[in-house]
Design a protein around this ligand. Structure first.
Ligand code: CA
Length: 322
């Protein structure tokens, strides 16, 4: 009997100490957050209204702890995201917003097909921005303790977004980890990249197309987009090619890759001095990738994602995106 109690005691102890949430009650945590928020200039009335009936969500913790690990081939990944329907929809949306996309593309010196492609991949052109309450998502993840510091910072920035009136509390919905709006920005990306393109004082990445397109373009611009330069080209490698040179971190001028045995599938002129790497993806394709590919990887650190953006841009515009 005694043994059983001792065991139970240890068991409960471990359960509690394994969760940061158990160290401090939700109520105390909110009181603490309130102090910090007010110190940062957030309106206490707004804070109290938002947190009045707020509770952490068990669903978020489950989602955060069961992220999929399955390794897909590039083509499996690409074809589930850039499927025929999404491409067709993109062609329609492009026609609808062609003038604005072209104007933003010129102003920011970013390819408008790539802007449309990112828009389509992130939120299906604004049709699926996510249904989770952003403040609740971020508060839950900040309170949970696994990545508290990161999510607490995002949460405080999200409160600033509300306080500054860029979005209403009702419209502030997103995916479960706090990305929101048509470009699916986290609050930190919002403050780094969002643009008030129509000049009405709000960076409205939820409803205003000018603000949405300009924010996407600005993200790429700030991350080194080179106007009218290539993103990637498919290549063959001669049998003697040294495969240890394959990798995103190995950078050489384009001409040097040709000399080493890359045989690209294009006759287009490419600057022989353009910085490039050669990568091979699971499932087959071998690409020469340029700085613009790396700009896309700043958006989402995945070669699959950057490749899919490029593919869908090409499909939407029915021309190579550079
Ligand atoms: Ca605006």
């Amino acid at each position: 009997m005694q043994k059983f109690f001792r065991f139970s005691f240890i068991f409960i102890c471990c359960l509690l100490s394994g969760s940061a949430a158990a160290k401090i009650s939700w109520h105390s945590w909110v009181v603490n957050l309130r102090k910090e928020a007010i110190h940062q200039g957030i309106n206490p009335v707004l804070f109290d209204r938002v947190f009045q009936n707020m509770r952490p969500s068990a669903k978020h913790i489950r989602l955060d702890r069961t992220q999929p690990e399955k390794r897909l081939t590039y083509y499996e990944y690409r074809d589930t995201r850039a499927d025929a329907y999404r491409i067709k929809m993109g062609q329609k949306e492009l026609k609808k917003h062609q003038d604005l996309l072209n104007k933003v593309g010129k102003d920011f010196e970013v390819n408008p097909c790539v802007i449309a492609s990112l828009w389509g991949l992130e939120s299906s052109y604004g049709h699926f921005m996510g249904q989770f309450n952003v403040i609740q998502s971020l508060a839950t993840l900040a309170y949970d303790g696994r990545r508290s510091d990161f999510f607490r910072k995002q949460l405080l920035l999200a409160l600033h977004m509300l306080d500054e009136g860029h979005v209403t509390y009702q419209d502030f919905k997103g995916e479960w980890a706090g990305a929101s709006g048509q470009p699916q920005f986290l609050p930190s990306s919002f403050y780094q990249y969002a643009i008030d393109y129509d000049g009405d004082g709000k960076k409205d990445i939820w409803k205003n197309y000018g603000d949405i397109f300009a924010s996407i373009a600005n993200y790429l611009k700030q991350n080194g987009w080179e106007y009218k330069q290539p993103i990637l080209i498919t290549t063959r490698l001669i049998p003697e090619f040294d495969h240890t040179l394959i990798g995103i971190k190995i950078i050489k001028p384009y001409q040097e890759w040709l000399n080493l045995g890359a045989r690209p599938s294009t006759n287009r002129y490419i600057n022989p001095n353009a910085a490039a790497s050669i990568i091979e993806l699971t499932g087959g394709p071998i690409w020469i990738v340029f700085n613009n590919f790396k700009s896309l990887m700043k958006w989402n650190h995945s070669t699959y994602y950057a490749g899919t953006v490029t593919y869908m841009a090409q499909k939407i515009c029915q021309t190579s995106p550079y």
